[in-house]
Ligand binder design. Structure first.
Ligand SMILES: Cc1cc2nc3c(=O)[nH]c(=O)nc-3n(C[C@H](O)[C@H](O)[C@H](O)COP(=O)(O)OP(=O)(O)OC[C@H]3O[C@@H](n4cnc5c(N)ncnc54)[C@H](O)[C@@H]3O)c2cc1C
Length: 392
């Protein structure tokens, strides 16, 4: 495992750290009154980052990036986490759509879309999952039929993050109903303002409505919106999905912050004559979480070494995703145990510890073992592709 950064990487870190020191303001780090408010502030934040040259750094220079290595991109996410800078609002466009379009799109598609993705002029969503096609994505049923110079789309998508704000979406649809599962799928670009697109937000247990159901009824899109070859969409989607995993430097920094907050919480929470920090069982549980965060750091380093050697993360990145998502739930379990009945105090309640952040964060991280591949799916990948075990 290689734990050192080169002088160029350290200078990249230094430049970014000082830019963030000058530019991260309380407007972007404080609590938002609503999702709409959050969206508005974060679009402006991305525009600022863009003017500083810090959006899509891993994209090639010819498409507006810096041609940064994956290691530098790791450093960037780490520094964002350290500065408590929010995640980039156009991240689906930057992390998933852009790299897919650069690899498989036409020149016209690249010229039309890439710059607007970076500049937060247009926001994208990912129209992959359906009510009966999540882990088993290749069984999707949304159809796209060719009529003259258009495709006509009919179907339903679900769990589509930020669809209510999106200008564009990347869509997987079946273009050959006779072909077996993954063979008859195409990868299409949809204008979310097209007639026939209905977006219905879904309320989560956090109270927020980040994801949506999307209904497509006779939605017409021009054939120029096909990415790659007809019926080859499954291979193209693999490019998109491979960018969803990898390393998790941001989660590493967030978990260091959460760990500090957990220790603080134990010190602040009364237990009889003393505090929870003196309860031997709580102390053991915090020590266990501390060890897990350290192990997570080593998992990240190992994946980073893999990237240095091979240019991309291998199937081992599933171990990183599986480990951090389950670790985060165990960390939050300890926080809820310390808080006891007070854990239920919501934002704004007088006794809400950390302004109710523990409960919201606990609820949010329930989703971590589902998005970007569930824990069971990660275990299957590890079993088959890392350990070489036979398919069950
Ligand atoms: C916060 C969040 C944001 C999301 N954003 C988007 C988005 O923007 N766009 C989008 O397209 N999708 C999005 N998703 C959807 C996400 O990709 C799916 O939820 C995920 O792929 C799981 O699919 P599913 O929910 O249909 O569950 P299912 O696939 O139905 O799984 C149900 C259960 O069965 C288990 N299971 C399934 N198959 C196997 C197997 N082969 N072996 C063992 N166990 C199995 C699963 O692990 C799970 O426990 C988002 C999800 C979340 C939670």
């Amino acid at each position: 495992m290689d734990l050192s950064f080169s002088p160029e990487e350290e200078s990249f870190r230094g430049e970014l750290r000082s830019w963030l020191q000058d530019n991260v303001s309380s407007e972007v780090t404080s609590e938002f009154a609503s999702l709409e408010e959050e969206f508005r502030v974060l679009v402006n934040w991305q525009k600022r980052l863009y003017s500083g040259g810090w959006v899509g750094v891993h994209w090639p220079r010819e498409y507006g990036g810096r041609g940064a290595t994956m290691v530098e991109n790791f450093i960037l996410q780490e520094e964002f986490g350290r500065a408590q800078a929010p995640e980039i609002v156009g991240r689906i466009g930057i992390n998933l759509v852009g790299p897919t379009m650069i690899a498989h799109g036409t020149e016209a598609q690249k010229r039309r879309h890439l710059n607007k993705i970076l500049a937060a002029e247009e926001i994208w969503c990912q129209l992959f999952s359906e009510p009966n096609a999540g882990s088993d994505l290749s069984s999707l049923r949304c159809r796209a039929e060719r009529e003259g110079n258009d495709f006509v789309i009919n179907g339903q998508k679900t769990w589509t993050s930020y669809a209510q704000f999106a200008d564009w979406g990347v869509l997987l649809a079946r273009t050959d109903p006779q072909a077996s599962k993954s063979r008859g799928i195409s990868f299409l670009i949809v204008d979310m303002k097209s007639p026939g697109v209905t977006v219905r937000p879904l309320r989560q247990m956090t109270g927020s409505q980040e994801f949506n159901e999307v209904f497509l009824e006779d939605v017409r899109i021009p054939v120029e919106n096909l990415v790659g070859e007809m019926n080859q969409g499954w291979q193209i989607a693999q490019t998109t999905l491979s960018h969803e995993r990898g390393t998790s430097p941001r989660q590493l920094v967030i978990h260091h912050i959460l760990l500090d907050a957990l220790v603080q919480l134990a010190h602040n929470t009364p237990r009889g004559e003393t505090t929870a920090a003196n309860d031997p069982i709580i102390r053991q549980k915090i020590a266990a979480v501390f060890s897990e965060v350290e192990i997570f750091k080593l998992h990240n380093w190992r994946t980073l070494t893999q990237i240095r050697r091979n240019g991309k993360p291998g199937p081992e990145s599933s171990m990183v995703k599986l480990f951090w998502s389950e670790m985060s739930q165990r960390l939050h379990d300890v926080a809820i145990e310390i808080l006891g009945p007070h854990a239920v105090h919501w934002m704004g309640a007088p006794r809400a510890e950390w302004n109710g952040r523990w409960l919201r964060s606990y609820q949010y991280y329930r989703a971590a073992t589902i998005f970007a591949g569930t824990s069971e799916v990660q275990r299957n990948i590890i079993a088959q592709r890392v350990l070489g075990l036979p398919r069950g």
